[in-house]
Design a binder for this molecule. Structure first.
Ligand SMILES: *[C@@H]1O[C@H](CO)[C@@H](O)[C@H](O)[C@H]1NC(C)=O
Ligand SMILES: *[C@@H]1O[C@H](CO)[C@@H](O)[C@H](O)[C@H]1NC(C)=O
Length: 300
């Protein structure tokens, strides 16, 4: 085994040094969720460690925004996703070990940010996108307020409805940028400064479609017992049926798919969309499952 992951090969006769990555595995980019950071040893730090053990020599980049772990956590709330994606795009672009592409794993909101990255930042190339509990159609509800029958929850989300689309709130609070009010789809698509854009709900950006379709696989993992994400169907790119907030609609029945405004129908027909479900709460999975269903299928 080569100790360093970059093996400099001196080509005799040509005074050039070519860097060859020694690992046979495609590099991985991880993007953490809200309230988390790149590297806490109890969360993504542990994931990174397990992946390195499983795939020896692999190059892993765990997205970090800001200069410290605290800043990284704060930016998950307060740095606009557009800016986050722009910065991550630069970092990945400047990483020579990613020049042949990478696989991406998103945790919670990190999943929709990675999808935004795939759509906006084609270089370096994302190959497989794994979304763990991502909210691809946004959220309408507060964490741990899953029970629709609880009057306070519904009250709070109606209240946030008014605040979420105020332009200063959109600028200030990351989670407002993927707040999706099904009672007022028009306001959502006009005022959501991030999600409505990457979902082509304002204008159809053909570049987004082309870039998304160039993925090899888009794997969406939904946690059926999720109390953090409302509705959980958003983790499979579905949402509430427009005009009400009780009945959910699968991706395949929604306008974004039927009109193929983001190219998802084509991707589905090409066998690139994968819908995976787990019984537990938000991001609750064990390594045995992860190894068998994610690592062996998409990362080796
Ligand atoms: C479409 O998306 C690309 C990539 O982010 C961007 O450069 C371009 O300006 C967008 N086009 C429109 C019409 O918004
Ligand atoms: C790991 O998770 C899978 C899927 O939820 C489950 O079937 C399995 O029993 C779990 N294994 C352990 C050791 O907890």
């Amino acid at each position: 085994m080569i100790l360093n992951c970059i093996l400099p090969v001196l080509i005799v006769g040509i005074s050039a040094i070519i860097s060859v990555s020694c690992s046979q595995f495609t590099p991985i980019v991880l993007w953490h969720g809200m309230g988390d950071s790149c590297c806490f040893p109890f969360s993504l730090g542990a994931v990174q460690k397990r992946l390195s053990e499983e795939l020896p020599g692999i190059h892993i980049v765990s997205v970090k925004l800001g200069n410290s772990l605290v800043e990284d956590v704060e930016n998950g709330y307060f740095m606009h996703p557009d800016k986050q994606i722009e910065e991550v795009c630069k970092v990945l672009n400047n990483d020579p070990q990613l020049s042949d592409g990478y696989n991406a794993i998103g945790f919670s909101q990190g999943s929709q940010f990675l999808r935004g990255l795939a759509q906006r930042c084609p270089e370096p190339k994302m190959k497989n996108l794994i979304s763990l509990g991502g909210q691809h159609q946004g959220v309408y509800g507060l964490p741990n307020c899953a029970s629709l029958s609880h009057p306070t929850c519904d009250y709070i989300r109606r209240l946030l409805n008014h605040a979420a689309y105020l332009s200063w709130v959109q600028k200030l609070l990351v989670q407002a940028t993927y707040w999706h009010d099904p009672l007022n789809e028009g306001e959502y698509s006009a005022k959501s400064t991030f999600l409505a854009d990457i979902n082509n709900e304002r204008i159809i950006n053909k570049t987004y479609i082309e870039n998304l379709q160039s993925l090899e696989n888009f794997v969406m993992v939904k946690f059926n017992g999720d109390t953090m994400v409302q509705p959980t169907e958003s983790e499979w790119f579905g949402f509430y049926k427009p005009g009400q907030s009780k009945e959910v609609q699968k991706l395949q029945d929604s306008a974004i798919y039927v009109n193929d405004q983001l190219g998802l129908k084509q991707m589905d027909q090409d066998g690139k969309l994968h819908f995976v479900e787990l019984p537990g709460n938000h991001l609750q999975f064990n390594w045995t499952w992860f190894e068998g269903n994610i690592v062996d299928k998409y990362l080796r």
